[in-house]
Design a binder for this molecule. Structure first.
Ligand code: DX5
Ligand code: ZN
Length: 214
């Protein structure tokens, strides 16, 4: 079954505890946290002060998605919160293999994110050291954008590659996910989906989460 990671970027930040508790009680699998620094992407979100408050009320593991320059600095900032995953963009990292080792040594599962233009082959020689590869299906920076269809072919290619190299490495998709494309994603071999606006704008968030757990 596909695992669902609601992105709290679309939550009500004035009622963050209420929204985090709601999605956890509604049966989500992970809590997706988008960290943006205003440099790698044209938006600025939350740091460890707010994320530690999220960690306190979340009953599901955190999935931290870094969209930042200077990844290693941000790994050090968020590692004390004991997230399950930390993912970083390969486009912004000169030494991805070194950073993967650092994240794992901190007891966190390492994941790499690929922007829409980045080919799946860019992680081929890193795959055996990764727990997850996150494919962006929108340009990173904002919630509520439309799904970029070419990610489906990319997921199919990545699925073949990981089945050959490391079948237990998960494939996650982030951006524009809803009940409209979830079946295509399932068929492509996707294991985890991030969904922000679809879940938080739905009048029944539990039903929205369940509609993606196919
Ligand atoms: C975009 C973020 C996403 C975003 C997804 O940079 O990485 O996690 O919140 O939001 P939706 O599901 O609304 O596209
Ligand atoms: Zn994200």
């Amino acid at each position: 079954m596909i695992k669902v990671a609601p992105s709290i970027l679309s939550a009500d930040f004035g009622n963050l505890q209420r929204d985090v508790e709601e999605i956890c009680n509604a049966g989500c699998d992970l809590v997706h946290v988008d960290v943006m620094d205003g440099h790698f992407v044209p938006n600025l979100t939350i740091g460890p002060v707010v994320v530690s408050a999220v960690a306190k009320c979340a009953t599901k593991p955190l999935d931290i998605h870094l969209m930042v320059e200077n990844n290693s600095f941000f790994v050090d900032l968020f590692a004390p919160l004991k997230p399950k995953y930390i993912s970083f963009h390969i486009e912004e990292e000169k030494h991805p293999h070194r950073l993967i080792q650092k994240i794992r040594a901190l007891g966190i599962k390492p994941a790499i994110v690929l922007n829409p233009h980045t080919p799946p082959e860019s992680v081929e020689f890193l795959l055996k050291d990764l727990d997850m590869v996150l494919l962006m299906s929108v340009n990173p920076g904002f919630g509520g954008q439309s799904f970029i269809d070419s990610v489906i072919d990319k997921a199919i290619r990545l699925n073949k590659m990981r089945n050959r190299i490391k079948p237990e490495c998960l494939i996650e998709i982030d951006g524009g996910v809803s009940d409209k494309n979830i079946h295509l994603l399932k068929d492509a071999g996707v294991d985890v989906v991030v969904a922000g606006s679809y879940i938080f704008k739905h009048n029944n968030r539990q039903k929205a989460i369940e509609s993606l757990q196919i």
